[in-house]
Write a protein that binds this ligand. Structure first.
Ligand SMILES: [Fe+2]
Length: 394
C-alpha cells in the first residue's frame, strides 16, 4: 500500500513488568507530595494491594487522598470529584484499576484545573467546547487487560438511558504521563472479566489494523499485539490463570491496542459501543465480544463486493485469519472465513451473552442503526448492513 501522511500522538512513559507496581511511590514523588489515588471499589482492597500501596506511598512521604469508582464514569462522578478536591492540593492523580477507574482518573486529572462541568467538553454534546489540554499529571495502572486507556488520549464518559450517551473527553495531552503495567496485578482476575476485557483488546487491535487510518507504524504495533493475544488468550481465560507469562501477553496486547487505536482509529464495533453503550447498561468488553464476529463477517462480505480498492483490507483480514488459525497455507478466502469462525468459536465457548439479555429487541434495531457511526471502518456499511450485524446477535 502507498505510504500516506500520518500523525503520531505522544505516548506515555511505559513501565512494564511483574512487580513494577512497587515503583509507584518513586514515580509519583517526581510530581510532588500529594496524590489523588483513584481505585475500584473492592478488588484492590481485598487483595491487600491497596494497603500495600498506601504504606509504600506513606513511607515515601506522599500523602494520599482516595476516591472510589464502582462503574463507568458519569459526568456527575467527575464533577463531584472536581468540587471535592482543590487542584493546587493535588500534585498527581494515580488511577489503579480497570478501564472505568482509569477513565475516571483521566477525566478528573483533566477537569481539576478547569473546574467546570465536564459535559461542556464531551465530544458530540450540545454546546461542546474544546478543552485546552491543561491537567494534573496522571499515572495509569491497569488491573485488567482490555481497554488500552493507559495509552489513549480520551476518557469515556457515560450517561445511560434512552437519551443516554457514551462519548469521549479527549485531548492529545490527556495521554497518561506514565503507564505502570504490572501483569502480577491481573493474576486471579475472574475468567469472565479476562474474556470480556480481552475481547475489547482484540477488537481494538483488529479494528486499528484494518482501519483506513492505519499506518505502517500502527500496523506493526497492532500485529505485534495480535500475536501476543492469540498465543495466550485461551490460557488466560482458563480458570484462575496465574501464569505471569500469559498475563504479560494479555497486558501487552491491551497496551499496544491503545496506542494503535489512538493513532489509527476504530471501526464499526466501537461505533456500536457508543450507540448501544449509551442506550443500555452493557459492559464495553461484553458488547465488543458479542459483536466482533458478526461485524467482521459483514465487513468481509461487503468488502468482497467492493472492487479493487477493497483488496488491501481483505488481505489484512486474511493475514489475521492465518495468524488466528495458525495455518500459513490458507488462501485469502479461506483465511477470512477462518477468522470469523475462530472469533465465533471464542464467543460461543466463553458464553458471551446476546444483546437480548440486555433488553434489546428487534424493535430497537432500527433506531440503533440510525445512531451508529462506522468510525474508521474499512467497509462502507449502509443501514441494512448495520441492522444485519445486530439481528445476528439479538
Ligand atoms: Fe474498546
Amino acid at each position: 500500500m502507498e505510504l500516506s501522511g500520518f500523525n503520531l500522538l505522544r505516548q506515555p512513559r511505559v513501565v512494564f513488568g511483574a512487580g513494577t507496581f512497587r515503583e509507584l511511590p518513586s514515580l509519583s514523588s517526581g510530581y510532588g507530595r500529594r496524590a489523588l489515588l483513584v481505585t475500584g471499589s473492592a478488588t484492590l482492597c481485598r487483595s491487600g494491594r491497596l494497603d500495600e500501596l498506601l504504606s509504600l506511598m506513606s513511607a515515601k512521604g506522599i500523602e494520599c487522598e482516595s476516591m472510589e469508582v464502582s462503574r463507568e464514569p458519569s459526568p456527575e462522578l467527575v464533577d463531584h470529584a472536581v468540587r471535592r478536591y482543590r487542584p493546587d492540593a493535588i500534585a498527581v492523580v494515580v488511577a489503579v484499576g480497570g478501564g472505568s477507574v482509569i477513565d475516571a482518573g483521566k477525566a478528573v486529572s483533566a477537569m481539576l484545573p478547569c473546574g467546570e462541568p465536564v459535559e461542556q467538553y464531551i465530544e458530540g454534546l450540545a454546546g461542546y467546547r474544546p478543552h485546552d489540554g491543561s491537567k494534573i499529571p496522571f499515572i495509569a495502572v491497569p488491573t485488567t487487560a482490555g481497554t488500552g486507556t493507559e495509552a489513549t488520549s480520551n476518557a469515556v464518559i457515560s450517561r445511560v438511558g434512552r437519551e443516554g450517551y457514551k462519548r469521549s473527553l479527549r485531548h492529545r495531552e490527556f495521554v497518561p504521563d506514565i503507564a505502570v503495567i504490572d501483569p502480577s496485578l491481573m493474576v486471579g482476575l475472574p475468567s469472565g472479566l479476562t474474556a470480556s476485557s480481552g475481547m475489547d483488546a482484540v477488537t481494538q487491535l483488529l479494528e486499528a489494523y484494518v482501519s483506513p487510518g492505519a499506518s505502517p507504524y500502527t500496523d506493526a504495533l497492532a500485529w505485534s499485539g495480535l500475536e501476543h493475544f492469540v498465543r495466550s488468550f485461551s490460557s488466560a481465560c482458563s480458570a484462575g490463570a496465574s501464569s505471569i507469562a500469559v498475563r504479560s501477553d494479555m497486558a501487552y496486547a491491551a497496551l499496544v491496542s491503545g496506542i494503535a487505536l489512538a493513532n489509527a482509529g476504530l471501526g464499526v464495533v466501537h461505533g456500536f459501543a457508543s450507540s448501544i453503550g449509551g442506550y443500555v447498561d452493557i459492559p464495553h468488553g461484553t458488547l465488543c465480544g458479542t459483536l466482533l464476529a458478526s461485524a467482521t463477517k459483514e465487513n468481509i462480505r461487503v468488502l468482497r463486493m467492493s472492487g479493487d480498492q477493497a483488496l488491501p483490507f481483505i488481505a489484512k483480514y486474511a493475514r489475521a485469519g492465518r495468524l488466528f488459525a495458525g495455518d500459513p497455507s490458507l488462501d485469502d478466502n479461506g483465511a477470512c472465513d477462518s477468522l470469523v469462525d475462530i472469533v465465533e468459536s471464542w464467543v460461543d465457548r466463553l458464553g458471551f451473552p446476546r444483546l437480548g439479555r440486555y433488553g434489546i429487541t428487534a424493535g430497537d434495531v432500527d433506531v440503533l442503526a440510525d445512531l451508529t457511526r462506522g468510525k474508521n471502518n474499512p467497509a462502507a456499511l449502509a443501514k441494512d448492513n448495520l441492522k444485519r450485524i445486530l439481528m445476528e446477535r439479538l
